[in-house]
Design a protein around this ligand. Sequence first.
Ligand SMILES: C[S@@+](CC[C@H](N)C(=O)[O-])C[C@H]1O[C@@H](n2cnc3c(N)ncnc32)[C@H](O)[C@@H]1O
Length: 314
Amino acid sequence: MKWSEICIHTTEEAIEPVTGILYQAGAGGVVIENSQDLQKDQPAGTETVFDLDPNDFPVDGVNVKAYLPVNSFLGETVEEIKQALNNLLLYNIDPGENLLTFSEHNEEEWATAWKKYYKPVHVGDHFTITPTWIDYHSEDSKRHMIELDPGMAFGTGTHPTTVLCIEALEKYMTTGAQVLDVGTGTGVLSIAAAKLGAGSVLAVDLDQVAVHSSKLNVKLNKVRDIVSVRQNNLADGIKTEFDLIVGNLLAELVIRLVEEGAASKLKADGVLVVSGIIKTKRDQVCDVLLSNGFHLIDEKRSGDWVALVARKVF
Ligand SMILES: C[S@@+](CC[C@H](N)C(=O)[O-])C[C@H]1O[C@@H](n2cnc3c(N)ncnc32)[C@H](O)[C@@H]1O
């Protein structure tokens, strides 16, 4: 397996949570380069500190370096790390500048290295997802083809959290439905909803890179008449009532979405599909759903990930 190096420049205070985030993202090892190590008195019986080369250390703060497996999830893993780093502020941890860089020597190669691990895949009962750079023709005419160029946005369609959402869309979305896709990434779920017969889909994402990527993919998959894309923070300011809302977000963001009134953005009997919930946070998300106008109708799992399907109580 190949590994790539990612470097996060942060503060002493944030070393532990940042290290935890990187291990949770699948890091095979973490290296900490702390500028203060260069100034510390040499501990008795050791010589290593003064042997350290100052050029290997940041001028200030801490570099946390990790090695991640190069696979088709690499772009998505980086997105997850970025989100988790941003969330540190919510816990009053000062992450410093939180600058994320890739190995200096192979940044270009790194950014696209995962591409060769990303192949056409069957997802759910109705889809084949294929990267744009592979000329793939499915033998199975019953499957819709989704062509994607994820770039650095999240959503190759093969990540377990995405697959759980696609399966839920297949089961719970009705023909002609009005759908809201919160945190659209590459637009994969919006495109899937359109191909399953949605009447209209609004795809939103906070990240401009994702908005750009999803617009391209929506066009590429010829669903521009059904899917519209825009930059938005969760469902803030959206007044329409939908038949179905799907959000493949982290648990913390799912909780915010629900507490900030997801139920009021659904029609009577409307369905909410939320994914990206790590299993240890499943109960917390369920409690928030139940106390904010939903009852649980289904639950799907893949590895450590959970997706919940809830219906609006009316
Ligand atoms: C886990 S990815 C899901 C991508 C895609 N929907 C999928 O299922 O593969 C989560 C997405 O949520 C977006 N996001 C994070 N915070 C957000 C917010 N506050 N409002 C809207 N989108 C957000 C991220 O930029 C990212 O594209």
